[in-house]
Design a protein around this ligand. Sequence first.
Ligand code: K7E
Ligand code: CUA
Length: 623
Amino acid sequence: MYKKMIMPGVMGIMAGLLASTVMFADFPGGGGTASIASANGDAEKVYVPFGKKDDYYLFASGGHSGQMFIYGVPSMRRIRTVPVFSPDPATGYGFDKESKAMLGGYSWGDLHHPAFSETKGEYDGKYLFATDVANNRAAVMDLKTFTVMDMLQTPNTSGPHCAAFVTENTEYLFLPTRFSVPLGNEYAPLDEFKTKYKGVMSAVKFNEQSKKQELAYQVALPPWSFDLSDAGKKGSSDWAVMTTYNTEEATTNLEINASQKDRDYIVLFNWKELEKMVADGKADHVNGVKMIDPAKVNAGIYLVPVAKSPHGVDVTPDGKRFIASGKLAPAMTVFSFEKAFDAVKNKKFAGQEQGIPVLDYNAVMEREVNPENALGPLHTQFDDKGFAYTTMFISSEVVKWNIETGETIDRVPVQYSPGHSVSAEGDSASPDGQWLVALNKLAKDSYLSVGPSHPESMQLIDLSGDKMKVVQSAPVDPEPHYAQMIKADKIQTINVLPKDEKRPNSVWKQEEARIERHGNVVDVYGIAMRSKFTFDAKASRKDVIEVKQGDKVVIHLTNIDLDEDITHGFGINNYNLNMEVQPGETKTLEFIADKAGTFPIYCTNFCSALHQEMTGYLLVSPN
Ligand code: K7E
Ligand code: CUA
């Protein structure tokens, strides 16, 4: 009954998306929401009693919220929101000097694909990378503190949707882009699309010493849209693959014009060769970046034809195959790296496109997998037993199939229209099996209504038995494009930031708190502790900052409470400023006191029984 009621709505959307009518089939193992509700034995599986912790961390991308959402699996309890590309008043991210500079003036971002740092193809639990489709940035989150420590903006590019993915030992983070633009993002009429526009891929290195990302080089690919990518593993670890659509090079009405050809491509490239080419001085210099042009040099880049408008491409855990999913095709296509390497070696080319050799489809393709009535395959994940799990956007299900034979093993409906799914350690060389989370684009009537727009949904699927079983569902804010799931014990957070007396601008002894004036600049070296602020140890009112209108005020605040979870906030009434200072942390707030008046200061983070008393004043005397 339930299922029937909502189907017309879902179908309407599908029909709109595809401009064609799609039929819902009744799938084996169906039963929809009813099967979740009636699953009493399943409640035990996902129940994590108070005092016990989840087995896995799930990092779900927050899409155009620019944030990352952290959940525990199997409970699916949301633990934290970590701001990445957008300011966050709760933590003061984007308010304090350092994070404000890091955000570069942007107040939003579009986070699609997070990726863990890897060592020998395994998640090492150290860092999480993410890219911003909106403003061409790449960020690194430190998993010791769950805070972003570096941000890099890439020139010559637009919309690194096709990222982040890291190579086997985090040698590189590659950022191919969804939109082609003229180099330097300069003005060029769309009539010059074929000649002036490029789909640039950036190769970014992360320096663990300096904790900074560095743009190593770029590759000027044809003006196509690059969609998704994955790095090789083991025998294919020097290689990476990415899907591309709009090889028609349409500049308008892409819905129709970018789906003209029956075939698009998977770009197969050898990053070791690219690296060598750059080292050998074969790159041009464009706007201060080393740029490889595959039309000019034989760059170790090849094109593999694939069914039109592909979306995901995923490398199997053993590194032997890559699987493409076509949003307009009903099939997953399994390609063999070994066959591709053979084709490259023996020059089995079917032609070339803009100087890049095209490999013969049949020489590289191993099998087309076409489960009956399954429609809209988007992304594939893996378990520890040689099975693949592909999300079907249009037929709203997850299909489990055998990688070696292509045989369909099981299918389970999800509510509704899954984009990605993520399995436990699913992108590593040794996935865990056990859990898969489907990231559904439409929750429809799954939760209490909150108006016309609904949350997205994540459904936890138990992979341990012969049959997949949906055992839990959790709402998630827009928009879970992708997620990463890691064993909880791989992540070692710190409880307090180290007391470092040499840290610039930090003050650890109350008697050293001081206010210094240098011309129009007022530097405050203050302390936050339970339950007071000390800005000026020598003043009669130690919790007051007095400045003149127009002064530049620089407040350095150190939280000297070296106790787990004792965080202080620092908000200034009517000055639109707030920041969080974690235990042992020093943060700087910088602003022009352009408004004269009396402005209460208060701790915004509940910290003790006398938290309410943790206040002070900012007095700005008029000119
Ligand atoms: Cu939503 Cu990976 Cu941006 Cu597919 S992406 S669905
Ligand atoms: Cu410090 Cu509340």
